[in-house]
Design a protein around this ligand. Structure first.
Ligand code: GDP
Ligand code: IMO
Ligand code: MG
Length: 452
């Protein structure tokens, strides 16, 4: 591998609990840089990536967010779990909107299939968890990844190569697994009905998927050899990662940089820029610790101003403040070298806003720098905040110089404490609502009340 290969692959990842605006940034970067390929690496239709272009809002759950750029080929990588029914609906919607996917969409033969009983089990498990719910999206993600780890025959290649054998295997798993049996009983489905359902599912979606299925890993390397560029798309985010997140309140895949590598087959040596996406505040949907959460009125105000309702489940998102200790953790784990911060317009509508710059924990202070952050203790941390002036408009802002003073102070503080530059600023939901900023030579820093 030579050094030129390394320049070809960039990555977009979420830094908190998801919904940071990854879809918007991927669409923006794809349209600006003209990536040849956009490949999605992990998760399934638990993701909801929103893009607004030419007055139209699109929400993608499985299709990579670069699809609106007609010169970009999109790939669903091997790390993704695919509900083919959802994928079919997304493709139909794209066609209705006049967006061609012919020869532009490829699906890995090594991706895995979400079966109807994975969805039943996901929902039944949540009911069984009673007061310890995870708050999953109910899309079958956990059970599908669990069956993949159990090495059941779930691969896309299994389905498209021989749908009859695929159906027989799926029926066997369904009938022999006591948990699945329980789900069928609860849904008044007998064995014959389950078998018929799995047979027709396998036949229909084997035919549907076949035209798109290839070895995407080898395609990615062919593109690199041709000198083409690739943008990798992470779903979910660092704090939801099955290893590095707030386990057990996480999703079931690696939403960090490791998941990009295993979920596409690309090598770390190919990777150039890693963009970490964040919001100027924070949100979480589902259960689990969230130390900068505002549970009262202010949380409600942020939710309303930011329209924080889930793109997949429409659930109200829990809202709070940006947390630089957690952000630094995300930068470290993922090797993030560029940050993109969305929703600065939203915090500008508040009179003032907070930024978590450290935690108190027992008799210790945990800062972004002192390497004391431990994800297992996260729920017990007490945030220490710095306050910033809000009440600004970014409507006329187009570069660093035209940003309000408090925004400059805020950005400088984030950059200083995470030791990572912010290169993109989101000022609204549309593709064009992004400002690229050049690193300022002289930094305006707030005279901090809390020294950090
Ligand atoms: P993703 O899952 O990371 O792609 O993010 P989502 O699409 O789930 O949620 C982000 C939401 O914020 C969407 O409704 C976007 O349209 C919206 N959004 C993204 N960036 C901005 C921004 O800079 N300002 C505002 N007001 N909305 C934004
Ligand atoms: P994007 O890509 C926000 C959350 C769920 C739940 C937990 C486990 O749009 O940022 P799962 O269904 O994956 O088993 O649920 O993870 N979750 C997300 N939250 N954005 C997402 O994706 C999410 N995908 C899963 O709410 O707390
Ligand atoms: Mg989302």
């Amino acid at each position: 591998m030579n050094s030129i290969d390394k320049q070809k692959v960039d990555v977009v990842l979420g830094t908190f609990f998801g919904d940071e605006g990854k879809g918007k940034v991927i669409d923006y970067l794809t349209s600006k840089n003209g990536y040849t390929v956009n490949v999605r690496a992990n998760g399934g239709n638990n993701a909801g990536h929103t893009i607004e272009v030419n007055g139209k809002k699109h929400v993608f759950h499985l299709i990579p967010s670069g699809i609106l750029n007609e010169d970009t080929t999109v790939i669903i990588g091997n790390g993704v779990v695919i509900d083919p029914e959802v994928l079919k609906r997304e493709i139909d919607t794209l066609k209705e909107n006049g967006i061609s996917i012919d020869n532009r969409l490829f699906i890995s033969d090594s991706a895995s299939i979400i079966l109807p009983y994975h969805i039943l089990k996901d929902r039944a498990q949540e009911v069984d968890r009673a007061n310890e719910k995870i708050g999953t999206t109910g899309k079958g993600i956990g059970p599908a990844y669990a069956d993949r780890a159990n090495r059941y025959p779930l691969k896309v290649s299994d389905l498209v190569n021989n749908y009859k054998v695929f159906a027989i295997n799926a029926i066997q798993v369904a009938i022999n697994d006591l948990n699945y049996k329980k789900c069928f009983e609860e849904n008044n489905l007998n064995e014959v009905e389950v078998s018929n359902l799995l047979c027709s599912f396998s036949k229909e979606y084997s035919e549907f998927l076949k035209p798109y299925v290839i070895d995407t890993r080898s395609k990615l390397y062919q593109e690199i050899k041709k000198g083409n560029t690739i943008l990798c798309e992470g779903a979910q985010a660092t704090m939801l990662d099955v290893d590095h997140g707030t386990y057990p309140y996480v999703t079931s895949s690696n939403a960090t940089i490791g998941g990009i590598l295993t979920g596409t087959g690309l090598s770390h040596k190919n990777i150039n820029d890693v963009y970490g996406i964040l919001k100027a505040y924070a949100s979480r949907v589902g259960e689990g610790p969230f130390v900068t959460e505002e549970k009262g009125e202010i949380g409600e105000v942020i939710r309303k101003l930011g329209h924080e309702y889930g793109a997949t489940t429409n659930r109200p998102r829990r809202c709070g403040w940006l947390d630089l200790v957690a952000l630094k953790y995300a930068c470290q784990i993922n090797g993030i070298n560029k940050l993109a911060i969305n929703h600065l317009d939203t915090i500008g509508k508040l009179d003032n806003f907070k930024l978590c710059i450290a935690y108190n924990y027992l008799d210790q202070k945990i800062t972004p720098q002192n390497e004391q952050f431990n994800i297992r203790n996260y729920g017990n941390y007490e945030p220490i905040y710095e306050c910033f002036e809000g009440d600004f408009s970014l409507e006329k802002a187009k570069d660093w110089n035209s940003l309000p003073k408090s925004v400059k102070e805020y950005i400088n503080c984030i950059e200083d404490l995470t030791e990572t530059p912010i290169t993109l600023i989101g000022t609204g939901p549309k593709r064009e609502n992004i400002i690229e900023i050049e690193k300022p030579k002289v930094k305006i820093l707030k005279p901090y009340e809390t020294s950090y």
